[in-house]
Unconditional design. Structure first.
Length: 429
């Protein structure tokens, strides 16, 4: 059977492919970073000896697929589907080879760990020995399994320690575990965490979303806003897990940024300001808006400086901050979670002064270009992050976009000014 056209129609995104025989039974399940490229590879073989793959290809009568947002999701989905359908040709995941599993122990506060039994029979013996333990897998790529668990643990804080300790360890201080060892979390609440982890590993993301949304709505109804915000952040993080690497990177960046700046919440929307002028001529300001780490260009704003004469970047920053947030107050619009000023202490003081006059308590910082120092209100010394800091990279990306936008507007006004001047000269001639 010629699958050329149907394979060409497969997406280039990550996902799981399901190969079926003439009766419609699933005979092989695999994961791929690129579905099209991976499936195409099955039909390009030209060896002399008949292999297991050739036998598989000879039986294929239909190919189905499920797209995923990331390779990590594909890995989890592949294992859960293999466990469900037990395809004939998935021998490498069903024989006696030592592939990794995820174990959730049957303790009062279950531990989550990657285990690698010596064989399938060994796993069966281990399961009997640990009657209440649960196993997910097997997985082919142990590195990807560990990466997926690392991400899941940032969302749901499960324990990994063995044996059960009698005091809080470093993981608690890093925000990776809620320290059930010292009674920081009840057995019932911890059980919900483990249930959510199981839903992810079983590929039941719709059920997980439904449960968490219901929980968040209940917290809001009961006016338990702090707990509702925590569940909201979990929902966003799960979205990041399922939507791919870029969003995952952003989740890590914003988590670090909240920590180093001691922000009350993760900065979902960030607005950044910059000034551009040449010897005080055609002075302009810019404001860019980032939402979930990405430019939100519909909310970009440009300002021609109106109230400041000569060169005074401090007052210019003050003017555009005042104009921006006076307008938002009048429009009763949403305010950003963080305001970033391109500059140092002086620019920050001017921005903060204007926000105070407007009665706004918005988190505001300044990022100075030369040493990439972060200045905070009422702090004598700047925060200096390492050059490979994820939080710093996020701030630089936002600051640089504000700078680019300001220069582009300034250049446009200068070119218009030159054009108008030339036009006037031509008329006078």
């Amino acid at each position: 059977m010629d699958f050329t056209q149907s394979v060409k129609n497969l997406p280039l995104t990550s996902g799981v492919y399901l190969m079926k025989n003439k009766t419609g039974a699933i005979i092989y399940i695999g994961k791929a970073v690129s579905l099209r490229k991976r499936v195409q590879s099955y039909f390009r073989r030209g060896g002399q000896e008949l292999s297991k793959t050739d036998l598989l290809v000879g039986e294929i009568k239909d190919i189905d697929y499920i797209s995923t947002g990331s390779e990590a999701e594909a890995l989890i989905l592949e294992a859960s589907l293999i466990k469900q359908y037990k395809p004939k040709y998935n021998v490498e995941l069903r024989d006696d080879k030592s592939y990794p599993y995820i174990e959730i122990t049957g303790e009062e506060f279950p531990r989550v760990a990657v285990v690698r039994p010596n064989s399938r029979k060994a796993l069966q013996r281990e399961t009997k020995a640990k009657k209440n333990s649960r196993y997910f897998g097997p997985y082919v790529n142990v590195a990807l399994v560990r990466e997926a668990l690392k991400i899941i643990r940032k969302i749901f804080h499960f324990r990994t320690c063995h044996p059960f300790p009698d005091k809080a360890c470093l993981d608690f201080h890093l925000g990776l575990c809620d320290a059930p060892c010292v009674g920081n979390i009840s057995c019932e609440v911890y059980a919900k965490i483990i249930a959510n982890v199981c839903l992810i590993l079983e590929g039941k993301k719709d059920e997980l979303y439904k449960n968490l949304r219901g929980e968040m709505e209940l917290f809001v109804k009961e006016r338990r806003f702090e707990e509702a915000a925590k569940v909201r952040d979990q929902l966003r993080a799960i979205g990041a897990l399922y939507s791919g690497t870029k969003d995952l990177n952003y989740f890590k960046e914003v988590e670090q940024l909240q920590r180093v700046l001691n922000l009350p919440r993760k900065p979902e929307r960030v607005e950044a300001f910059d000034i551009s002028n040449m010897m005080g001529d055609q002075a302009v300001g810019s404001m860019v808006s980032f939402f979930n780490g990405k430019p939100d260009k519909s909310n970009y704003r440009r300002f021609r400086i109106k109230t400041v004469m000569g060169i005074d970047d401090f007052k210019m920053i003050g003017e555009i901050v005042r104009r921006r947030y006076s307008r938002l107050i009048k429009e009763r619009a949403l305010f950003p979670d963080l305001v970033v000023i391109d500059g140092g202490k002086g620019q920050l003081s001017s921005a903060k002064e204007e926000l105070d006059k407007l009665g706004l308590d918005l988190p505001v910082i300044a990022l100075a270009k030369r040493e990439e120092e972060i200045f905070l209100p009422n702090k004598r010394h700047p925060v200096v992050l390492s050059h490979d800091s994820l939080a710093l990279k996020l701030l630089q990306r936002i600051r640089d976009e504000a700078h680019r936008f300001a220069i582009a507007y300034h250049r446009k006004l200068r070119e218009r000014s030159v054009y108008e001047e030339n036009a006037v000269n031509e008329i006078r001639k």
